[in-house]
Design a protein around this ligand. Structure first.
Ligand code: MLC
Length: 423
């Protein structure tokens, strides 16, 4: 009889994150007019993650990368692997995944498959971009091309306009209010103000958000993913790798389950023609919960994609934190609870006690280097589960986390459930 193959458990054993909007590393490079490149950010993030995990580049036998917008390469992962000297090499699997902003979570799940089904035992997932380094005009020229189609008739800025259309659909069909949308960004700014690396340092109010310049009918500039430069990476290992290296089998956090689902690349032109059919987060979360054999009540921390308020509201509903149509009122209620709590007890009140979601501030307030930010959801979940989030942000006794990445305009959903290493 052939031996029974016991699936290897897969753990995230290290993370790396570059500063956001770093200035060009060398003075002479600035003088020469060179700008920080996505590739340099990816390399820096990977080095930081390898160091953090206590492993070396030579140990890697898998690499997954997410393409950038600022300096796109054919076969991004192969480009990166060649640059860092991982290739040429034998028995190394290198793959580029492109599910837009869902990429880091798709990459995490792909790394798990590479370890469990393809014989890899140490895999890095890497993302980096420098979209803040592009002029506003150049950024929009590129971003507008990604999700547009004559049938969709989305005006520039195309991506904010696409999400705005979905926000209007939610307002019309479920009674979500303009203030509830703005409360998402206000709440994320409170969270970011408690994270030392976030771009947004000062909480802003709903009034400030509503009175900011509007880029689409129900979307102000303060309700858009905050354009930034940065890189981030994670290292995943099999249980046998840890054993071989003499590392504790409880190192890091376990990837317990995952799910993915897809929607169209752009929404229909008319709000009347939109339906629940185009959304996929609920399906992806359902698969992830099933695989992990847990439900929403078992999750202590949520890293939910929030490129625009409507994305956060729909995610809160999709993962089961609020019934369908009630995500907006859920956020608004929590926002006021947090504002009052902080007024009453500025030092002692912990926003994460009432809202254990995006304690880093999400895309709206932490920073959003194009397809990188779902990695920040994963890294914040890692910090929460390993008790590294610090007194300002740590969720009490965080045992399980759910992370969600969204690509395109609700076009790709990837969800993973992570668990604390030891029980
Ligand atoms: C912008 N600003 C913010 C902010 N967003 N401040 C606080 N919070 C936010 N969320 C500030 C900037 O720091 C800047 O100030 C000023 O507002 C103008 O921003 P800008 O980006 O430099 O301006 P502009 O060129 O006019 O463009 C505005 C914009 C653009 C809204 C059109 O920012 C934009 O398109 N943003 C969305 C990016 C996006 O689509 N990301 C992908 C999301 S979809 P200062 O002082 O710094 O100059 C997704 C899925 C996927 O994530 O697959 O990709």
């Amino acid at each position: 009889m052939p031996p029974i193959r016991i699936p290897k458990s897969v753990r995230i054993i290290g993370t790396g994150i570059t500063p956001l909007n770093p200035r060009s590393p060398a003075k002479h490079a600035v003088l020469a007019g060179q700008k920080v490149s996505p590739s340099a950010l990816m390399q820096q993030a990977l080095r930081l993650a390898l160091d953090n995990a206590g492993v070396s580049l030579k140990d890697l036998n898998g690499l997954i990368a997410v393409p950038s917008l600022a300096d796109t390469h054919f076969m991004e992962a192969h480009y990166l692997a060649t640059q860092i000297g991982l290739l040429p090499g034998k028995s190394i699997i290198v793959r580029t995944v492109d599910t837009g902003g869902a990429g880091p979570v798709t990459g995490l799940l792909e790394a798990k498959r590479m370890i469990q089904m393809e014989g890899a035992d140490l895999v890095a997932v890497v993302a980096g971009d420098a979209v803040k380094n592009l002029s506003g005009e150049e950024f929009l020229k590129r971003a507008d091309q990604t999700c547009n189609h004559p049938e969709a008739e989305l005006p520039s800025p195309v991506i904010p306009s696409g999400y705005d259309r979905v926000a209007q659909y939610q307002m019309k069909n479920f009674g979500t209010t303009r203030e509830q949308l703005a409360a998402c960004s206000a709440l994320m700014s409170i969270m970011a103000s408690r994270h030392p690396s976030a771009l947004t340092h000062t909480p802003r109010t709903i009034t400030e958000i509503l009175s900011a310049r509007h880029v689409a009918p129900v979307t102000s500039v303060l309700e858009c993913a905050r354009r930034a430069d940065g890189g981030a990476a994670i290292i995943l290992a099999s249980s046998s790798f840890l054993e071989r290296k003499g590392l504790s089998r409880n190192t890091g956090v376990v990837v317990v389950g995952g799910g993915e689902a897809s929607g169209p690349l752009f929404p229909p032109k008319r709000i009347e023609d939109m339906s629940e059919q185009m959304f996929s987060c609920e399906e992806a979360a359902g698969v992830a919960y099933d695989e992990a054999q847990v439900g929403v009540r078992d999750i202590d921390f949520f890293g939910l994609y929030d490129c625009f308020p409507i994305c956060l509201i729909r995610a809160i509903e999709a993962v089961g934190l609020a019934p369908k149509g009630h995500g907006g009122s859920f956020v608004e209620e929590k926002y006021y609870q947090i504002v009052k709590g902080l007024e009453r007890d500025p030092d002692g009140f912990k926003p994460q006690d009432v809202f254990p979601i995006n304690t880093h501030g999400g895309l709206l307030a932490f920073g959003a280097p194009w397809e990188v930010p779902a990695m920040y959801n994963i890294i914040e979940a890692y910090d929460q589960l390993t008790n590294r989030a610090g007194p300002q942000r740590q969720v009490r006794n965080a045992r399980r986390a759910l992370v969600y990445g969204n690509g395109g305009i609700f076009s790709a959903s990837a969800v993973a459930v992570l668990g604390r290493g030891s029980y």
